[in-house]
Design a protein around this ligand. Sequence first.
Ligand code: AMP
Length: 283
Amino acid sequence: MKISETIKSVRELVNTARKAGKKIGFVPTMGALHIGHISLIEEAVKQCDFVAVSIFVNPTQFSVGEDFQKYPRPLQADLEICKKAGVDVVFAPSIKEMYPNENLTWVNVEKITEPLCGKSRHGHFRGVATVCTKLFNIVVPDFAYFGQKDAQQAAVIKQMISDLNMPVEIVVCPTVREKDGLAVSSRNQYLSRQHKKDATLIYKSLQKCQQMILAGEEDVSVIIDGIGQILSQSPAIEIEYISVVDAQTLQNLTKISGKVLVAIAVKIGSTRLIDNILVDTNE
Ligand code: AMP
């Protein structure tokens, strides 16, 4: 496995693979890799002939007061994980490599960046869309892999790809969970033991909501109340949003129909956690 810190060297490696007729898969990450990331890498290894993983804690997607400084950066352990998973090249650039000068060009996806996490994380999706554009321009992958865990991010990237005719296919992989249902996240390590236990209520509430929808409940306010009741079992959980939206447009629904995304963001202590489920009422 090659490790590349410069745009020039990763481009050369990918170009050589492409010239040899290889399909290029790409998994963008911020590192602190876990089984969620590994599932994306494994899918890429299965579908492609050459897999690049980027590890870059992108400063432009963090707003003031967020955890950019304290975000975990266990690079050596991450490299071991990538090597074991069959990655061909890890691109781990410095901030200076990615943003050598003041950045004046931004990719701003409208509308679907406004609800859900967009309400509290100002500028977050602009940072994500911009860094993904830069990474896609550097790696030029055939396929890029994202997790359903960050449903709004995946929707934003898909929209951007479609609007800007970017020649890459987005593959969205299912959310990987701990045995107790908690969605695996690099931020789970901030949680105390008790808070980790409290956090399992998030998926429990999503499962309950799925049952309600599949049992025929159509009233979104009833579903949101049901989730709220379960989350309120822990006094440590502070709800940021519970939203029931159209899975593609991310606009709020009042009545359940079609492909529905139920998304939750909470704070437990100072840790912000998100999770979601997709329910297709047409199935
Ligand atoms: P991050 O390093 O947090 O930026 O995440 C990199 C990619 O891994 C994103 O596409 C995430 O959606 C995905 N990811 C993070 N956690 C999980 C998980 N538990 N299951 C599946 N994908 C995940």
